[in-house]
Design a protein around this ligand. Sequence first.
Ligand code: C5P
Length: 396
Amino acid sequence: MLSGKRILIIITGSIAAYKSLELIRLLVKAGASVEGLLTRGGAAFVTPLSVETLTGKPSHGKLWEKRSYEMNHIELSRRSDLIVIAPATAGIIGKMANGLGDDLASSVLLARNKPVLLAPGMNTEMWENAAFRRNLAQIQQDGATIVPPQEDTLACGETGIGKMAEPQTILAAIEAHFRSSQRLADKKAIVTAGGTIERIDSVRYLSNFSSGKQGNAIALALAQAGAQVTLVAGKVKEDPTPHPNIAIVHVESAEDMKAAVEGAMPADIFVGCAAVSDFSVSNKSDRKLKKENGLTLQFEETPDILKAVGELPSGQRPSKVIGFAAETDDLIAYAQKKLAEKNCDLIVANDVSKGQVFGQDDNKAHFVTEDRIQAFDSMPKKDVAEKIVAWLAETE
Ligand code: C5P
């Protein structure tokens, strides 16, 4: 089940550290490639030699050790698929919650670009401490997965909650993470993002306020779910987060975007998130226009990329076609109309009447399908992207 998966296990200073050795053994047996990192506290409970013997690899510990020219704190995260902290003390959770990086473990966690799963292990009073609860809530909000501790007689002699979950339970949580995170493995997706540019002359153009943030977030969420993604990007404010599953094609006009989408076909999933200009300038000039001559622009309609994809004959049509509807009035009614007219499976509708959405980090979305309207609270665009991935996986 874990064959080929690369796991970095961080062992921090709790007596439960002895059970981490068993966890490493189970992970290796399940086919994972495991690397160990011990904090100073972790190394007080189990030795690097034990960890190295079980992983078959050198373990890590110090931020400024000889190997630091390799930029260990960045490299260790880059070359893993998942970071597991077992046991996770109140100390490491506090550092994570507050963005502190004063040793190798906390610096890796700060520099990480991979998900993290923690199995806390500590005394009951610490587990219930108000400051600790705030920190735990914060790291969960930041996306960490917690394998909760159990209630039992603790190593300190007291009875209560705080005993680290058993290695088998942590292994099951790790397997569940990989199962759910690779929901779209083997799928090919095309995502359009950003605004298009329609030239007026050699120095001027027509465009819109789209930032590309939502499209970038969707491309990343699809890639993280295992899909191979072609991101067809128009004018975007920030570059998408690099990911090995994302190939980016930069385009300018609606016409270019359509050609790039056609070039990336066939696909299983199409997400038309770009704000495509509805018109292009039919009398555009190759030279700079002079204001003395006045300006009269003539327009022609651009191709509707989403509609063209939605209406492809079966066999060529992606099995899931998703469009966006940014509206200032009658949001749901227009979304339903678009769903039918462009032959989509899902329209993600958002109200842009108060200037919300464009360029913002949050989005308040409605999912409109043939038989359902689902309204979500305002949430970060990356969470809207996750909802889309979840919808794709559910309707598989
Ligand atoms: O009709 P309207 O432009 O409001 O529809 C928005 C949806 O259609 C978005 O998903 C957008 O990416 C897509 N679209 C398109 N090509 C166009 C116009 C819109 O793909 N020319």
